[in-house]
Design a protein around this ligand. Structure first.
Ligand SMILES: [Zn+2]
Length: 452
């Protein structure tokens, strides 16, 4: 996948949106950097320069290809900090809360991934949907089957998209056909780590589903995997739902808290991302802050399953700020579009007495996600030196958007309307590692692999 490295430079012209500061720590309006007529120079898979068209155009290297996006907005690609690709066949499943929903819908669906061909078909569809939503990096749960991980990474590699994923570990409290053992889960994960971690832009993530479906021995084995290979990621679920929390207390009576179950196994550290954290306390936030661990805020999921309202503004409290990314959590979440996640995140913030400013929203969906993964500087940023993972947003994508954005007084209102009314239809194009991998308006197949 070295195609981008040898490709001629490309310059994307449009409105650009970037950040000069964390809008949760600084004034949100001042944090935002907007160019009405901007230019992004891309070469060798990286962003080389970002600035006003008038200033940069005369400095472009000879042979630079110019791609005109008109008044569309060029942003860093979205980062999805929590999503289950195998659950796409059952997204939007009726009637249950977390634990019954897992038994009724998720486990039967995940059992299908014993079939490698089925896994390949769903991975192919899922990655195209991600790119169609402008998401260029995701932290992804596969199933307990190693072939589900191979299928996902193989397809991600074809797009040269930076992905983080892993095999689910479950050795109890799930159907027998979805269980591994502490030893088998460890060994299968270790083999996948050797095969995929650090290959091109793919990264492995040790993935115990959540405390109730792993024995203490399996959680310890997950900790051993993390210690054995530096730079691995870890993902699991934490304090999503009240009944789940009560169950964890019964299963691990000697631990001080749900988070302590993971800490005891060595699973709370940099590059650990905990899904949900809806019912976390102050002590848990302090633990995450001190460890550099992150929380994936999944608003469409929390509302859909009735799990509760995540206290985003408590989590990012500056005196002990916790890294927070935005997750779609499909299939409990109801959309792979981070614009739709922001739509619901805004409402969750309102219900907890806060306003999610559009600068804070777009920051969460890009740089915030990168920080949650400790990949800030590399992804999630529209700035020289970062990987050229971009999305291009069309403010006139639908009749209502075209009408409504015609009344917008400035970039902040425009971004807010996009995060309220926007979804996959807004995404005009998606770039991964300096290549346009999705072009909504291209004739024929809108997707193209990196090597093509
Ligand atoms: Zn989840």
């Amino acid at each position: 996948m070295s195609g981008a490295a040898s490709a001629p430079p490309v310059a994307l012209r449009g409105q650009t949106v970037a950040f000069r500061a964390d809008p949760f720590l600084d004034d949100p309006s001042r944090s935002l950097v907007h160019e009405r007529d901007g230019l992004v120079l891309v070469e060798g898979g990286r962003i080389r320069a970002v600035g006003p068209y008038a200033a940069l155009a005369p400095t472009l290297p000879p042979g630079t290809e110019l791609v005109e996006y008109g008044d569309a907005i060029i942003s860093a690609g979205f980062v999805d900090a929590h999503v289950h690709y195998p659950q796409l066949p059952m997204v939007g499943a009726y009637g249950e809360q977390l634990l019954e929903w897992l038994d009724t819908y998720v486990f039967p669906t995940e059992a299908g991934f014993a079939d490698a061909e089925h896994a390949a078909r769903v991975a192919r569809f899922f990655l195209r949907e991600l790119l169609r939503c402008g998401t260029t990096t995701a932290m992804v749960y596969c199933t307990v089957h190693p072939q589900s991980v191979d299928a996902f990474f193989a397809e991600a590699e074809r797009f040269d998209a930076l992905m983080v994923a892993g095999k689910v570990l479950m050795d109890r409290n799930a159907p027998a056909n979805l269980l591994d053992t502490a030893q088998r889960g460890h060994d299968e994960s270790a083999a996948l780590i050797r095969r995929w971690h650090g290959r091109g832009r793919q990264h492995y993530c040790v993935t115990p589903r959540f405390a109730p479906t792993s024995t203490e021995a399996q959680l310890d084995a997950a900790g051993a995997l993390l210690r054995a290979t530096p730079g691995l990621f870890m993902q699991t679920h934490l304090c999503e739902n009240r009944a789940e929390i009560d169950w964890v207390r019964e299963l691990f009576p000697r631990r001080g808290s749900y988070l302590d179950v993971y800490a005891h196994a060595g699973l709370v550290g940099r590059r650990s991302v905990f899904g949900h954290g809806v019912h976390l306390g102050e002590e848990d936030f302090c633990t995450c802050h001190a460890a550099g661990a992150a929380i994936a805020h999944c608003p469409t999921s929390n509302l859909f399953l009735g799990s509760g309202l995540f206290r985003l503004f408590d989590a990012v409290e500056p005196r002990r700020a916790v890294r927070v990314g935005l997750g779609t959590d499909v299939g409990a979440g109801t959309s792979l579009s981070q614009l739709q996640s922001l739509n619901e995140a805004y409402k969750v913030a309102q219900l907890t007495g806060h306003r999610l400013h559009p600068a804070q929203g777009f920051w969460l969906a890009t740089e915030g996600g990168a920080r949650a993964l400790h990949l800030e500087g590399r992804i999630g940023r529209l700035a020289a030196g970062a990987d050229a993972d971009l999305c291009v947003l069309d403010p006139r994508a639908t009749p209502l958007l075209e009408f409504r954005t015609g009344f917008c007084g400035g970039i902040e209102e425009l971004l807010f309307v996009l995060m309220t009314l926007g979804d996959d239809r807004v995404v005009r194009a998606t770039w991964a590692a300096g290549r346009c991998v999705y072009d909504r308006d291209r004739e024929g197949d809108p997707f193209s692999y990196a090597g093509a």
